[in-house]
Ligand binder design. Structure first.
Ligand code: SAM
Length: 245
């Protein structure tokens, strides 16, 4: 038994409905969804979240919360990254772990920046020079807006790019910190270029992994001259803080 939901801005042609019913052997029901600004609604519905010192709020709630250097005003609309998901939460925790260890990265790349939440957090904590990239144009646009709202434009530059290779990126650049909260497969396939672009003694935060994948990356970390410094685990999600040795 399964449900197939199709959303359309225009009424579907009865012939198309008939074909869908025939192809999927289903009976259809048509309902009207209320007219709403869905993007605005998603921002409004996202409640403030505290991750150690950081407080993440959407711009809708920002005025009702006392702002300080750890406040992150993040609107998401079609991009990922509000701090509610374990993968983002772990990264924000591990970024603060670096601060605790007095490890202040001067140059950073955030691969798969989504809303720009991690790049913004790093800018606020370390005032580093940060490149944020995403292969999704919606994310790039949202990250650019959030960077302006958070007044960190002088620190963060955003580009559309797949991995660390893009028109605007210097493939020989060395970063003191690489953050990649993307899934296991893209992480694995870009591992070599990540290591090449990580300075000696540099830090690497990997997230968006399940526990099995986290364990596997830990096992192969030595192969990549990486040492595990810290690890986060919760609800089958995992993240690693590694150091290039
Ligand atoms: C899980 S979201 C992380 C967003 C944000 N960094 C956070 O921590 O919440 C992953 C993002 O990576 C982007 N992405 C996935 N594969 C990528 C790749 N190979 N290169 C660049 N961006 C990628 C997706 O478009 C998405 O915005």
């Amino acid at each position: 038994m399964f449900t197939l939901k199709i959303f359309s801005e225009v009424s579907l042609d009865p012939i198309i409905i008939f074909l869908i019913e025939e192809c999927f052997a289903v009976k259809s029901a048509i309902t009207k969804t209320p007219k709403k600004n869905w993007l605005k609604t998603s921002n409004v519905n996202f409640s403030p979240v505290k991750i150690n010192k950081f407080i993440v709020t959407s711009s809708f709630f920002a005025n009702s919360i006392k702002q300080n250097r750890f406040s992150l005003t993040i609107d998401a609309s079609l991009a990922f990254g509000t701090g509610h998901h374990y993968s983002t939460k772990f990264c924000l925790e591990l970024i603060q772990e670096l601060k605790k260890r007095k490890n202040n990265p001067l140059t950073v790349i955030d691969v798969g920046c989504g809303t720009g939440i991690l790049a913004i957090a790093i800018a606020k904590l370390f005032s580093s020079r940060i490149i944020a990239v995403d292969n999704d144009i919606h994310a790039v646009e949202m990250a650019k807006r959030n960077i302006v709202v958070n007044k960190v434009s002088q620190y963060v530059k955003v580009y559309k790019s797949t991995g660390l290779i893009g028109n605007h990126l210097n493939s020989r650049a060395k970063y003191d910190l690489v953050v990649a909260n993307i899934l296991y497969n893209p992480i694995k396939s870009m591992m070599r270029s990540i290591i090449e672009n990580l300075s000696n003694g540099g830090s690497l935060i990997l997230s968006g992994l399940n526990l099995k994948q986290t364990k596997h990356l830990k096992e192969i970390s030595k192969q990549f001259r990486l040492k595990v410094i810290n690890e986060k685990k919760e609800a089958n999600w995992g993240a690693l803080l590694l150091k290039k040795i």
